[in-house]
Design a protein around this ligand. Structure first.
Ligand SMILES: C[S@@+](CC[C@H](N)C(=O)[O-])C[C@H]1O[C@@H](n2cnc3c(N)ncnc32)[C@H](O)[C@@H]1O
Length: 246
């Protein structure tokens, strides 16, 4: 796995048809969607409308989420065996890739998302990072966790689910942990975004798991630095909360 080569391929992929200024403008709009307009934009899947926002999501949040998941794994425990990683709400695939590349040899990955663009982008990410992977269109909550899964990661997706889907997903994750699968959920720190957090944290600790809040120092790769500077974002520290069990 060569993360630097992956980033170079990502830049080439997204800057072929877009100028840097178009991506930074889209990054500002995307950040405002995730922070301020969540209740209207996310259910309508508007967050990833348009090539500019997609490029911004892949080039800026992709590397950040990859490194964030790597950092969390280093704290809560690396995957025990390669096996199969299920990446729920995979987006560009970086969270599943961070888990899969944490073992030697790397694990296989299955990425699940409702958004066709995300599946295509995840396929690219997994391939560029040398992973054996497949992607499937489907709902995170209604996907049956395969019996050979060793690890399930759900990064920044649980807060996008409806209450009933979130309830169904929690049951499915509890059943997976009971079968010996490791489960990692990552979410933003804000309780406004994740008001269900304490209930999920109780469910994970009841399974012998843990709930944590993180702040990691981060030396961003050059593309993230340049996009951050132009969009007045500050990625020098990575914050998140996580649930882990199994
Ligand atoms: C904020 S992105 C996070 C992507 C990725 N996990 C990461 O950490 O970068 C949320 C992703 O969840 C997907 N998503 C939203 N609702 C979903 C659902 N019910 N089932 C599966 N995926 C969903 C969106 O299409 C989007 O790709």
């Amino acid at each position: 796995m060569n993360f630097q080569l992956f980033l170079e391929a990502l830049e080439e992929r997204h800057f072929t048809d877009l100028r840097f200024s178009e991506v930074t403008r889209a990054l500002r709009a995307l950040s405002s969607t995730y922070v301020e307009r969540r209740t209207t934009a996310l259910p309508a899947q508007k967050a990833l409308d348009g090539a500019g926002k997609r490029a911004a999501f892949a080039l800026y949040y992709g590397p950040i989420h990859f490194v964030l998941v790597q950092n969390i794994l280093a704290e809560v425990g690396m995957p025990k065996s390669p096996g199969l990683v299920v990446d729920l709400g995979c987006g560009t695939g970086v969270a599943g890739a961070a888990v899969a590349t944490a073992t030697t040899p790397p694990a296989r990955v299955t990425g699940i998302d409702t958004h066709p663009w995300a599946l295509d982008e995840a396929r690219f990410t997994y391939r560029e990072l040398g992973l054996s992977a497949d992607v499937r269109r489907g709902s995170a909550a209604r996907t049956r966790i395969p019996h050979d899964a060793s690890f399930v990661v759900a990064a920044f997706v649980v807060n996008e689910l409806t209450d009933s889907d979130r309830g169904a997903l929690l049951e499915s994750l509890q059943a997976a942990v009971a079968r010996g699968v490791s489960v990692l959920v990552v979410e933003p720190i804000s309780l406004r975004i994740s008001p269900w957090w304490n209930q999920w944290a109780d469910a994970f600790t009841a399974m012998g798991g843990r709930a944590d809040e993180w702040r990691f120092r981060f030396d961003p790769p050059m593309i993230v630095k340049r996009l951050a500077r132009a969009s007045r974002l500050r990625p020098e520290s990575l914050t998140a909360r996580s649930l882990f069990a199994g």
